[in-house]
Design a binder for this molecule. Sequence first.
Ligand code: FAD
Ligand code: SIN
Length: 547
Amino acid sequence: MTLRFSTDVLVIGSGAAGLATALHLSPHARVIVLSKDDIRGGSTNRAQGGVATVSQPADSVDAHVHDTVAAGAGLCNEKIVRYVVSRARQAIDHIEDLGLEFDQQGNGPHLTREGGHTHRRVLHVADTTGHAIASTLINRVLSDVKIKILTKRVAIDVVTTGKSTPNDSRTMGAYVYNAENGDVEVIEARYVVLATGGASKVYQYTSNPDGSTGDGIAMAWRAGCRVANMEFNQFHPTCLYHPDARSFLISEAIRGEGGKLVLEDGKRFMERFDPRAEMAPRDVVARAIDFEMKRLGQECVYLDVTHLPDKKIEQRFPNILETCLGVGIDMRRDRIPVVPAAHYTCGGVLVDESGQTDIDGLYAVGETAYTGLHGANRLASNSLLECLVFARSVANDIANKTPDNQDDRGDIPDWDESRVTDSDENVILSHNWSELRRCMWNYVGIVRTNKRLERAARRIGLLKQEVHDYYSNYRVNSDLIELRNLIHVAELMVKAAQWRRESRGLHYTLDYPQSRADARPSILYPAVDPLDVLQPINRHTNHSKLR
Ligand code: FAD
Ligand code: SIN
């Protein structure tokens, strides 16, 4: 018997986006929040730099809009940029009301700088801003009786009424894998909010936690939603290069506070690439590092802060200092070896100003969503801001909807495992995981070509077939669910990259090195691909029967 839950709103994801949405909703609705690991599992808890917000008279909303649009390389939706930036103060006031204390200096907040910002405007809590935001939200959510948290639950697919076009389709809830006992549960909900974070785990090297497997994007795509700008995966220029701490980020705020990028011989190189040098936007800095590493055959470059006072480093970057010390690097004396790594998914599920997707009752928020804010390259510290601003927008939209008649939609059928068995070769999953991530790193990385993209498309096609067969014949587990999602997301990234016959922002291809005059987002429409079938028949009834 399938275990069932019922709620008004199901929020899939417990990062900044999911938890803030749940808190805004709780006065109006019963909410279930899912996390596939523990409640702190996503990227939010790792965020270092801070939250970009205009906080001093010399700065302005116009300047923040300008910097966001400039970093976005012609592809930001300026209306959305203004929408977010002008609501930043309200979002910051809210999180401060919940108990968060940003670092102070004199009579106001201490503001740091990051690449692409023309002003100091990044609020932070030392170098562990994400941990502070997560803790604040978690404290509140755990004491809210209207919010139920279910951890170790991996959403498999969103279930919809599946009418003939996405526009007629209505959300019913989701199938969820319980990673503690191996069962698949049903959660029925009037509204489902996808807040599952990004997809940077599709690359071999990433700053992201293991769970950044693009689940929300893949689920929305399979349910029939459009996705946009998937070719723009951001590579952070500076991840620690050390075998024992490969995915640890070295915050851009270090460059904002005076850190310099140097080569093996101690020479700076960024001025050769951009007059803003270390303060250029991320796409420029990551590409420059990649170029220098390839030109010189070096495995990394270095970030040098040895000229900064020890006390400043100790107070401002205690977490980075401690982690580096843990692997034998004292950044007060030694240069930090760094390399670029996949960091942020600028594209995602296409939503409107309220976070609504193409399917009625299905929302996306945070890194999972494509709102139009980031364009072809996200400005540093705009992501947490987007999570907090859009969390309120999604919650308001849901709260303002007239309740419909749940019964009209029918029940979600039980998960059907009658035709599947336990796999006797789970090792295939880990092989396919590594193959996919290596393929994406080698062929869909910082510098692309038509040939590399074709190669990636071919390999992903084979993996997709294998994983589809596996999914059809064996019981699901967390690895399989994530691999299936990663493959779908990788395919979307390659398709979008092949569509874009120009270089722009984070998408740089040797075959089309110039930007085109007409800047357009890449919007992918769900096709009827037999391997993307919404609900494979061995799992449960085809929902067209549920109308
Ligand atoms: P996440 O915080 O990633 O949360 C995703 C949640 O979804 C998790 O709870 C996960 O368990 C859950 N989930 C995923 N799939 C499923 C599923 N199938 N079923 C159930 N649950 C699921 N941005 C800034 O603005 N400023 C910064 O300083 C900054 N620093 C960063 C530093 C690092 C190291 C990293 C990795 C990112 C940083 N970013 C920063 C980016 C920013 O942190 C993220 O974009 C943002 O936190 C994403 O929040 P989110 O709520 O969308 O997703
Ligand atoms: C960082 O601290 O460098 C990360 C900031 C971000 O991703 O916005």
